[in-house]
Design a protein around this ligand. Structure first.
Ligand code: G16
Length: 565
């Protein structure tokens, strides 16, 4: 069935393209909400074709700008099994978003149909969810217009976290099948998580209150709902920064990104030694934990710490359950602290794979393992279990009374039960702050571990993460899993020259895919040196490669020979 150009024209007239260049980046389209209407409309069109390509399976669209400020918004597309949109389709998304006329739009759509061999007479099904940003409602209308212009069906699920949308999508597509993922409803999500968590911690003493910074976003009310399904004696939660009524507050001096980048507590907390705390981001797909040590110093337990905790725990369970032949691996990015990588490789003896930034990359690398633990240092990640691992956990024989239980059987039984519960507890579709929070808590309860004890596994190398605004961030091209730059010419050599001057020095520069900035990461033997290295590299980028806005006083200047001036 050919594309009805008349319908496309009519719909396009309602969502005209602005004079802006759009790119499907690290996590979909993300920019100021007031220039997104036409983009979201075209994403609706693409979602229909993607669904038809998958024989009418549901495609998810999440309207969110996650950790970005309140005035931003964005959209990510979700595949039938809950993963991020196939990367081979990101180019189509970018092309469609930049089509200047209805005719051009129709031509690109026809090209995609031809190239992908899509049968446009098939049904198409799309679901949409959104975070608490006020701009979200109108953007859902734009998406709906796009879906309808190509004759697709759309179901609006309203406010939800990003991982809930991923969960729902997989549930809808696997309903009634042997691999059914769960009940496709909000309640089904809460029940699945709370039930699995309770199975692990039952009979164990719970820990002190966990204070959660909800970033004044959708994670806060969602967590409050989830908490109702968990018995108080298993977990006491207190949600802070839950003001979703005031849109300006979203991610403002709060949330996982604020805490991780600034290495400091968010607003709204009177942090005292012994308090256990965590921060979500604006759409609740990231989480970092933090506390104050005995002297009151702020301490961060980031994605690297979560990954090592999970990998070590699961590996121990697999051994204890005596399940053979299960390959556990960890996937990290260049942002992973060097000390965490060394700990995983040398102490845990677990292989580590590196990918470029973006969970879409880590997710696929993690699928190469039977248990693939992937976390970005910023707290975005999950643990994937292969079909082989899930089958092995479920076919392992649980020792029963009379079967030599007394000594060996009890821990083995608990290990098998815990592994099984973990496959339900941990969101298999995408990083999920709420599922990750319960996973960490289940591990700490099982191991009777405090945050301080968890933190002792290894000591982070001091690091600093900065951003620099430049005239065109697309001038920066990262290679080798983001560890080096191939462009602008000559910059990488200058970075390497500076890094070589620092003990345990490491630094890289990459363009952000979610903000209009270039990110700079630096690591060194002391905090002072990490800060100095970061400020030198920031200076290099700002001074020689198009820095815009006022030059921050902290940036250092080097001369042509690479010496500080
Ligand atoms: C998104 C991605 C993450 C990525 C982060 C920052 O997170 O899903 O994988 O680490 O952006 O990306 P960049 O450095 O390219 O801006 P979120 O939580 O904002 O969706």
């Amino acid at each position: 069935m050919p594309i009805d150009v008349r319908l496309i024209k009519e719909a396009f007239a309602k969502h005209p393209k602005l004079d802006v260049k759009y790119t499907y980046g690290t996590a979909g389209f993300r920019t100021k909400a007031n220039v997104l209407d036409s983009v979201i409309f075209t994403v609706g069109l693409l979602a229909v074709l993607r669904s038809q390509k998958h024989d009418g399976k549901y495609i998810g669209a999440m309207i969110t700008a996650s950790h970005n400020p309140a005035e931003d918004n964005g959209v990510k597309l979700v595949e039938p099994r809950g993963e991020m949109l196939a990367q081979s389709w990101e180019g189509y998304a970018t092309e469609l978003a930049n089509a200047a006329t209805a005719e051009e739009l129709a031509r690109i759509l026809e090209d995609v149909v031809a190239k992908e061999g899509i049968d446009t007479s098939k049904n198409a099904n799309v679901i949409v969810g959104r975070d608490t940003r006020p701009s979200g409602e109108a953007l859902v209308v734009a998406l709906t217009d796009g879906v309808k212009a190509l004759g697709g069906n759309i179901e609006d699920y309203g406010l939800m976290t990003t991982p809930q949308l991923h969960y729902l999508n997989r549930c809808l597509n696997t309903r009634g099948q042997p691999d059914a993922y769960g009940e496709p409803s909000e309640e089904g999500y809460y029940k699945k998580l709370s039930d699995a968590f309770t199975r692990i911690v039952i009979g164990k003493s719970n820990q002190s209150i966990l204070y959660i910074d909800g970033a004044n976003g959708i994670g806060a009310p969602t967590l409050q709902k989830l908490a109702k399904y968990i018995p108080k004696e298993s977990l006491s939660l207190e949600v802070v920064n839950d003001n979703v009524g005031d849109p300006k507050k979203l991610n403002l001096q709060a949330g996982a990104d604020y805490v991780k980048v600034g290495q400091k507590k968010p607003e709204g907390f009177d942090l005292k030694p012994g308090m256990r705390c965590a921060s979500l981001d604006g759409d609740a797909d990231r989480i970092v934990f933090w506390y104050a040590d005995k002297s009151g110093t702020f301490k961060l337990l980031d994605g690297d710490k979560i990954a090592t905790l999970a990998a070590e725990f699961i590996m121990r369970l697999v051994r204890s359950a005596e399940i053979p032949d299960i390959r556990v691996g960890v996937v990290q990015t260049a942002y992973a602290n060097g000390a965490s990588t060394a700990y995983v490789k040398n102490t845990l003896n677990i292989p580590v794979t590196f990918t470029p930034t973006g969970v879409k990359h880590l997710h696929h690398a993690a699928e190469e393992f039977d248990v693939g633990v992937y976390f970005e240092a910023n707290g975005h990640g999950t643990v994937l279990f292969s079909d082989k691992a899930i089958k092995a956990f479920h076919s392992a024989k649980i020792p029963t009374p009379g079967m030599d239980l007394a000594l060996k059987g009890a821990p083995e039984k608990k290990a098998i039960e815990t592994l099984r519960a973990l496959t339900d507890l941990i969101n298999q579709t995408v990083g999920d702050a709420l599922s990750d929070m319960l996973m960490v808590e289940a591990i700490l309860v099982s191991e009777n571990q405090s945050f301080e004890e968890w933190d002792k596994a290894y000591t982070d190398l001091p690091s600093r993460l900065e951003k620099v605004k430049v005239s065109n961030r697309h001038d920066f091209v990262a290679i080798k899993a983001d560890t080096e730059l191939s462009k602008p010419d000559g910059l990488q050599a200058k970075i390497s020259q500076q890094v070589a001057k620092f003990k345990h020095g490491r630094s890289f520069v990459r363009p952000s895919g979610t903000e209009d900035v270039v990110r700079i990461y630096a690591e060194a033997d002391t905090q002072e040196n990490a800060d100095l290295l970061a400020n030198i590299i920031c200076g290099l980028v700002y001074d020689y490669h198009g820095g815009v806005g006022e030059r921050p006083a902290a940036f250092r200047k080097v001369n042509a020979e690479g010496n500080l001036v």
